[in-house]
Design a binder for this molecule. Structure first.
Ligand SMILES: [Zn+2]
Length: 334
């Protein structure tokens, strides 16, 4: 998909197969209409060839447009009223063909508004990138919303990336001499809420930052990943929103299916909020006792489930700082 109309018109496909273009009332709307069987065959052959030639392990399928009501040409094999439905149905079939022929290839869906994050598409892809730009409050707004529908392990997004220009709403530079460990941790932990990754140049990082990344990767693999794969996620605050709107604290509780272990991520964003915040846990056994330990500061306390749910845990954080807390049910007599 090409956002720029001029570039779209100059694309080889536009010259070689002008009949593949989705149009609405004669105007191109920016995508190849897979409701046309010949276009679907071309798309499969192209993907198949690229995967083979480049020995791909992972493909990101972007779709940065709003298709509106879709294609209403009548020479594609679909009707004037069902172009979008036939396009999406054909897209599902295309993905299934790719998966059948290349079962090791991870298919990552991505779209900014292109009707590409839903349960129908999740049946046919492995994971989804929530939005192109990455910065903390944007990420937390998206993750809060996406996890009302999707499991965290299919949500990919980063707390920051080396993306310069218009999307860089919050300046973050891992080479900045004034960068604190707490701020680096906050930005990095945001990526750990779902599938974990980095999107930046690694070779020229300061040594302490590289060591801290290695630490976070270890923590993710050993402690966080099993929760992301298996646990239920509870959103313990209202939704943070971009541009200093919405909640300025965000807390997510991950509860393992057996209820014995929980993980709690707490973030304080920039903007107006108090330095102290009480977070009330949920989904605990009121009568059981739980050991509560911060991965930063060691053991904090032992409390009953009722106390953790009713009285909560008080956190003290500066802006753009975080905590990661492990809550384990104690055996009887422990
Ligand atoms: Zn069409």
């Amino acid at each position: 998909m090409v956002r720029d109309r001029g570039a779209r018109a100059r694309a080889a496909l536009a010259r070689n197969h002008p009949e593949f273009a989705a149009t609405r009332d004669g105007e191109p709307i920016g995508y190849v209409c897979l409701g046309n069987p010949a276009a679907q065959e071309w798309a499969f052959e192209t993907l198949d060839r690229l995967i083979t030639e480049y020995n791909c392990d992972w493909i990101k399928l972007d779709y940065n447009l709003d298709p509106g009501a879709g294609c209403n040409r009548t020479d594609h094999g679909h009707g004037a009223g069902d172009g979008l439905f036939e396009h999406i149905s054909a897209y599902y079939r295309l993905l299934e063909r790719v998966r059948a022929k290349h079962p090791h290839v991870i298919l990552e869906s991505c779209s900014s508004g292109g009707l590409r994050i839903d349960l129908g598409l999740m049946k046919h892809t492995h994971t989804t990138f929530l939005s192109d730009p990455d910065w903390p409050e944007h990420d937390l707004q998206l993750f809060w919303g996406a996890t009302t529908m999707l499991a965290p392990n299919v949500c990919l997004h980063w707390g920051y990336c080396d993306w310069l220009g218009e999307h860089r709403y919050q300046k973050f530079d891992p080479r900045d001499p004034s960068l604190t460990r707490e701020r680096l941790d906050c930005y990095t932990r945001i990526s750990m809420l779902g599938g974990f990754g980095f999107s930046q140049k690694l070779p020229d990082l300061p040594a302490w930052v590289a060591e801290r990344f290695a630490h976070h990767i270890r923590v993710y693999r050993e402690t966080v990943a099993p929760f992301v794969r298996e646990a239920d996620v509870y959103r313990l605050t209202d939704q943070p929103k971009r541009f200093a709107r919405g909640e300025r604290w965000a807390a997510f509780q991950y509860a393992k299916p057996d209820g014995r272990e929980h993980l709690l991520f707490v973030f304080r964003l920039h903007g107006r909020s108090r330095k102290l915040r009480t977070i009330h846990l949920t989904a605990l056994d009121p009568a059981a006792r739980y050991a509560v330990s911060s991965l930063d500061n060691g053991k904090l306390m032992t409390r009953t489930g009722a106390e953790l749910m009713e009285d909560g845990i008080v956190f003290e954080l500066n802006e753009e700082e975080s905590d990661l807390v492990w809550i384990r049910k104690e055996e009887n007599g422990a």
